[in-house]
Every structure is written in structure tokens, then in C-alpha cells.
Design a protein around this ligand. Sequence first.
Ligand code: PA5
Length: 475
Amino acid sequence: MRMTEELRKALRVRVDYTNMTDKYLGDKGISQKMLDAAKPLAKAAHAYVAQNRGKDELFMGWTELPYNQDEIVADILATAKEVRRKFDNFVVLGIGGSALGPSMAFTALCHLHYNDLPKSKRRGPRFFVEDNVDPVRMKELLDVIDVTKTCFNVISKSGATSETMTQYLIISDLLKKAGRDVKDHVIFTTDAARGNLVKISDELGGVKRYILPDGVGGRFSELCPVGLLPAAVLGIDIKLLLKGAAYMDKLCKSADLKKNPALLTATLQYISMQNGKNIGVLMPYSDNLRYVSDWYAQLWAESLGKNVTLDGTPCNVGQTPVKALGVTDQHSQVQLYTEGPYDKVVTFLSVGSYKEKSPIPHGCESIPDVSFLGGHTMEELIQAENKATAYALTKAGRLNYTILLPEINAFTLGQLLFLFEMQTAYAGAMFNINTFNQPGVEAGKKATFALLGKPGYEGQRAELDNAASDPAYIV
Ligand code: PA5
């Protein structure tokens, strides 16, 4: 797609926050006075992010990914071509930030039944993201792939994540047993110099390796080789994805809430959280965007869920992300959102033009309850239901806003991802917390090491063994 300025504007992702305001929600809404009061903090957050962008030591290297990867992108495109030529299957082995981005881009930009399409109708090999150690899932993956025809992209910054390394041990054993050279079937995406995958690739010799840059944490890594390689293998236009991110970054240069969509959404969410809205629902009206909610849930939860500020003051901040899908969850969760506690902000992801319209044929003329649908399209129906749900929530005094993607493509997805990343960085700065660490995740990883007997964790193992459950509390 050749991007002209006109096309860029037509494809600009926009935020409509009408339904957050007191004009429509009365005393349940955000007033101009509240927005004005938050402006100095928003400006300071904007300045903090602008001053520290690109700094690896602060884990803010991700801000530069739209600009500093020309050589890497060229290399990835060449590798992806080879992978498509040689393999029937491409399997991502990773978890958390190393898996959610690839799943999200796959679902957003590929056919919804991609793996079921005949080879001639796919742009790449069959695609799987294995982000769990459910033994059934592993076994059943192996039932449907032939490891000798599969490329495994092992993604782990640390190379010490038990889940990913377990999967690696299983597939490398199977490849060896099948008489294959492991190095011909794996691509590692990992830290530049540290970590076990570096050691393993040195031992295997000649493994293709991509770098997860120092200043890029897992949940901010979709626009580096973590996400770009799987996307390129699928035939997704990764240059356009990065151009979309760069376009959103340009919009984020402004410190004016009316011009910077990410600063606006961060400020709206911050004010809402300060007013007890501790639940953030993300509700895309598109099956293609359904895993954006999973990706966003990690970004928002892991970044903002903190118990101490940067100056050491105890705090317990964060907003619980909830995943919903329009229209499906209108028939389950929306009752709660409309009439339950006033503790939520609902963010709709709306689509201006779906790639399919699916006309609804006329029929059942004697049954008006059904026949009125004929002559419309499914696109009209889903858009009407989106609008109707926003209207119903607003009538009930519930905070909601819409992020509109004119259409779903690599350019708009790139914008959306960068918007959410910047929103998270701004919101973290407003709370004055470390947005980019995850001590709570590390604690669980370490306890798992102890339980499975990793050397060096004996003390914690003893502690865990002593923490025997009390039968009095087991029903
Ligand atoms: O956001 C994060 O940092 C985590 O979700 C990690 O991505 C996840 O725990 C996997 O870690 P690693 O890449 O070291 O295997």
C-alpha cells in the first residue's frame, strides 16, 4: 500500500470521548473542570515520556522501534521468505509478552480460519502460538504438526522462562529423535548477549537469532522481531505496521489533549481511576480484533498494577482489564455494565469499514420480527449494535468511549498498538510508578523454579514445603 498524506488522514485512528463527558452523562461524567484540573499532570506525563523516550536503561527503547529497524526488517523479510519456502508450519513458543503480540497480529490481519485454508490460499505456513504448558495442548499440537516440516520460533528474552524452555526441550528432543538437526528448525528471538538461548544457540552453532533489544520489555515488544518475524512469515506488511506506529507517534508529539489521542485516553482513564473506576473493559466489535484485548490486558495490567511509586511511597494502583467482544458479549456481560456498580470504563474498538459486508437476503416475509433484517448487511447490523450499546450505556450514565479504526489493516493496527503503548506510558507517569517492571510476575516464576528443584532456590523450596495447607480449610 503506497501511503499518501491523504490516505494517512483517511486511515487515521480516532478517539471519540463524547460519552465520557458530563454533557451526556450528567454528574456521572467528566466535566471540563475535571479535565482542566488534570491538564498539568497530563502535560508533565507528556514531558516525562518525551524526555525519556529511547532510553534503554528506563526500558523505553520501544518508542524508537518504528524508526531504527531498517536492516532488521530487511533481514526478517528474507528469513520469512525462506521459512515460507521450507516449512508447512510455523510455531511460536513463548509466553506473555513473547506470545500475545504474535497472536494478536495473526488474528487481526489474517483470515479467521487461516489454518484451515488450503495452502494455495494462505500467504504462509500454518501458524500456531503455544503460550501454555497444558500437557494436553502440547500433545494435541504434536498430533496435528509434523515436527520435521515445522519451524519453531522460540521467543524468550531471559531464556529462563520455565514454560518456554520446557516446550523447547520437548521439540528439540523430538527433532533429534526424528534425525533432524535442531538448528535447522529453530529461530531464537532473545536478548543480545545474556540468557540461556544465547548459550544454547552457541552450543548448537549457526542458529538464526533475532535480538529482543535491551530497552524493550516483553509487553512492549510486538514491533520488534518478537512480533515482526511471525507477522512477516504470515505475509503481513510489517513495514506498513511500523509506518502506522510512526504516524501515531507523530500525533503523540503534541502535549494538547485535543491533538494527542494517547494522552487523551490516558488522562480520561486516570481521572476515571481516581474516581473509583477500577475496571477497564475493552470491547472490540470485530472478531479480527478480539485478541487485541488479550494483548492490551497484559500491557495495561502488568504496567500499571504497582504497589509503590518511584519515590518509594506505598500505593496500590492499576485498573483491572476485562476482555469483552461485541456483539457476542452484549448477550452476557452488558447487563452488568449497564446496571451493575459504577466501577467501569468501557472502551469500544469500532470499525468504519469491514473487509466483508455480507448482505442479508430478504426472506420470512410473513414474520416482521425477522423480515426487517433483509436488505441490510451484516456490517450495518454489527455497527448498529455497537452504536446501540454505546447509547444504552450512556443513557445509564456509564463512562464509555470509542476508538475508531477506519478499517483493519497493518497501518491502522500499527497506530492502535502505539496508541495503547503511549497511553500506558503516560498513565504510568501520571501515577509516578515504574511502568516497565513486573516484580509480581517474577515472584511466581521464582516460586515455580523452587518447586521444581532448580539449584539456588532451596530456601524458597523449604518455605513452600512448610506452607502446608491446613486441612481445616479444605472442604
Ligand atoms: O511482559 C513481560 O515482561 C512478561 O510477560 C514476559 O514477556 C514473559 O514473562 C516472558 O518472559 P521471557 O521473554 O523472558 O521468556
